[in-house]
Design a protein around this ligand. Sequence first.
Ligand SMILES: CC(C)(COP(=O)(O)OP(=O)(O)OC[C@H]1O[C@@H](n2cnc3c(N)ncnc32)[C@H](O)[C@@H]1OP(=O)(O)O)[C@@H](O)C(=O)NCCC(=O)NCCS
Length: 198
Amino acid sequence: MEKGYPRKVALKGGAQVVLRPLEGGDEEALHRFFSGLPPEATEFLRDDVRDRQTIARWVQERDPSRIWVLLALDEARAIVGNASLHVGRGWRRHVGEVRVVVSPALQRHRLASALVHELVNQASVRSLKKLEAQILDVQEGAHRVFERFGFREEARLRGHALDLHNKPHDLLVLTSTVDDLWKKMEDLIEDLDFVPAH
Ligand SMILES: CC(C)(COP(=O)(O)OP(=O)(O)OC[C@H]1O[C@@H](n2cnc3c(N)ncnc32)[C@H](O)[C@@H]1OP(=O)(O)O)[C@@H](O)C(=O)NCCC(=O)NCCS
């Protein structure tokens, strides 16, 4: 297990989760997490997360140096949150992309804040300078969440994305520097209690 993990977090409202990186053998729990999400949470995500083979590939071909995946597990060890940092290559080698999904039952408890805080920390350890989040025009809730984290809309690519039903959408690229995000995220997780878990 990577240094610093697993980590236990008491969320806003008191629920406790354990954060740890993705491991071999997580396929089934991850499939259960994504297939338990409502359609409105999954239909605008980039990949078809309901597809068992897609999930199996993520786990089996995982390469934390390129895509670092952090999971949140509840007391029954079910996955309740998934976040990932995608490290750029070539001329984007100082840029990372963040993605995050939280189970509806735990939304508004600052779980995404805790997960993205850890991604920003990881980005800093890897000397990344800038982070981006890509969302579709219809993901208004996610847009507000990322703005709350400190991201700003930097580009809108018109009709650049097709959802799972082949409907075109504008793709929004939200960005921030790692330094600015770090300050914002520290404020957001101020009331959460992070402790080592064994
Ligand atoms: C976006 C998402 C990850 C947010 O998860 P979350 O754990 O509920 O977020 P947090 O509790 O950390 O929210 C942090 C702050 O963002 C704001 N916020 C959260 N959800 C919001 C919403 N639906 N609308 C407006 N603001 C919102 C609030 O200010 C919140 O803090 P507060 O509730 O203490 O005031 C979750 O809604 C989700 O999984 N959506 C579906 C997947 C998705 O769209 N992912 C983004 C694409 S990468």
